[in-house]
Write a protein of this length. Sequence first.
Length: 741
Amino acid sequence: MPAFVHYPLLWGLLLVGVPVVIHLINMLRHRRVQWAAMEFLLQSQKKNRTWIMLKQLLLLLLRMLAVAVVVLIVAGPLLRNQFGNLLGSTKTHHIVLLDDSFSMSDRWADSSAFGEAKLVIQRIGTEAARQRQPQTFTLLRFSRVARIDRGTQPDLLEEPVDTGFSSKLDEMFREIEVSQTSAGPTAALDAIGQLLGESADERRIVYLISDFRARQWDDPTDLQEQLLQLNEADAEVHLINCVDRARPNLAITSLRAAEGIRAAGVPLLMEVTVQNFGTTTAKEVSVLLEEDGHSRPGTRIAEIPPGRAVMDRFLVHFHTAGEHQMTARLESDAVAADNVRYHALSFPVDVPVLMIDGSPDARDARFLSIASAPGGPVRTGINPQIETPRYLSLNPLAQHHTINLLNIERMDRSAVEALEQYISAGGGVSIFLGERCRSQFINDELYRHGKGFFPLPVVGQTELLVDRLEKAPDLQVGDHPIFRRAADERFGFIKTVIVQRYFAAPDGWKPEADSTIRVIARLRNGAPLVVERRFGEGRVVAFLTTAAPAWNNWARNPSFVVAMQDMQAYLSRRGPSEVSRVVGSKLELELDPDQYQPQVRFMKPAEYAAPPATIDAAPTADGSLAAELAETDTSGIYEARLTTTNGTSEVRRYAYNVEAEEGNLKALLGPQLAARLSGVKYEYRQAVAFQYTVSELAGYNMSEWLLYLLVLLLIGEQILAYSASYHPPARSRTLRNAVFA
């Protein structure tokens, strides 16, 4: 039995009687007039009366049917599941894929995108509950797809729809809020097949309810293929858009420590970056700051052009060693989740720096040590340790934040391998050459045709000839963190550095265009003097001259002290806790069983008052212990509380932040989606208008077929009307006209 979208309009079927009324009125207007000639015609008509009456009755019926069909089309007839049963379907399965990424928190007036999505789902559920045929309901949020491998189920999985289903939805939605993830539709569409499999005995309607942001839908190649697969599986696809336009939004995209020594009592520069995802310039943007949960003076950005990001710097000064945290916040706007960003910092008492000197008197190491930690009232936080090359083979290196190699003649292969592992894991190494160094050892063991960590081949010691006509300084540096302060024009000390001797590179040598090698300082003759390269996750900076004032006078120049301190800061190893993690990614710890007990207590961000999770670390194949926290779905500072084998407690902090790009609220509307989803069969609706068309989703709309029927009825009516009326032959008309003429 069909149903109707606008069933009150069925009262219009009373208009079916209008043709009958018109016919009766026309009959009442006739008068009987006796006319001899007409009597003859009536006698002739009696022979064809039955056929004529049949034509007139058919004509009247066609006109009544045409009126009825017009009313039915306007009322919106739906063919319910009886027709589906004839085709083999016994029930309707409503599959709702709900976008709950944090861009769905987009707010306007007294509503939000996620609020509109909830209303749409409630309408679908209410309509499904009205149906007489079996209905089931599946609800899967985007953010929960990543948890399926952990045994997490959708909110509803093939839930039977009954009279109390609407109340169940209302109760469930009181607990469901938008997430802080940036989960997209691809994984959710994939999950349909994994969760539901194939079924030939049900009709499936897939509702993808989202805000259709450009970052996911502007180039939807994978999504297009997935939707086409749903078409091939005879699933009906409905795309429901919860936003009508892109609203202005600011987001903090980065909060991190700049290059510098992390040590208690040493000032540190931090950088905060704010992105303007809107189309107008944002002016006087205030950034509120907190240190360890306590407010401190913030910073202000004068203006941020549309589509641009602006970075600002500020100083922090933690006087005590240990774990600390920074928080940056913006004032409220369309989306709240990207208005806050967290950063965790670990401050030791001082930073251990290893200096390996190849000469017996450790001459170069002493000069570098004094420059790095000169003493006095101003702390640098650097704690230099001078050792011989043999130290590298016999001791673990990971504890040192930087390693400096000075005037080394040669090293054991084991020492070279230890250095390569240290650098690959994220360590920083500086190398100063001197009179004890040999080009063959450097090329064969440290450079190794570009496979080693030394950044370039060398040909031997070379003198920098004096050119009395050349007024340029011997040492020419670029804009690099090591030399930025030392080369400040206000001081100019670096221009007075004199270099007499250095190791030369081969003639014509220059870094390859796609390599990480770059020359950061040259001599006045153009020869490279300081060369940097990335090696694995770490950095190497090679000085092709001495640290001591043997081949140059730099160690006696004030710029040397500034440059060496900045070099240690630039190369210093960053702790794993300083890396910003994305909400939803696992927090994984690897522990040394000789130093830590296996039990780890994870504390989630205090803002959410979540209970702690205690996990026993499991042994791994390499003999270490591994523990992980999978539930990291909110931004903030997470803590891992460890217990050492000697019973002392240790706390590590980790910052989790939202994926800032999700705050780009540029969205695609119906025509734009249609251009990108060519070939896909789907129905597109705006969420705000979905309330007027929700009934269409429960059956097969027959309006199109009725329209075809109406055209056929009108054509048939015209043909029959022509046949039932009197049309004299053309010859008779001509003769009659001639007579009257």
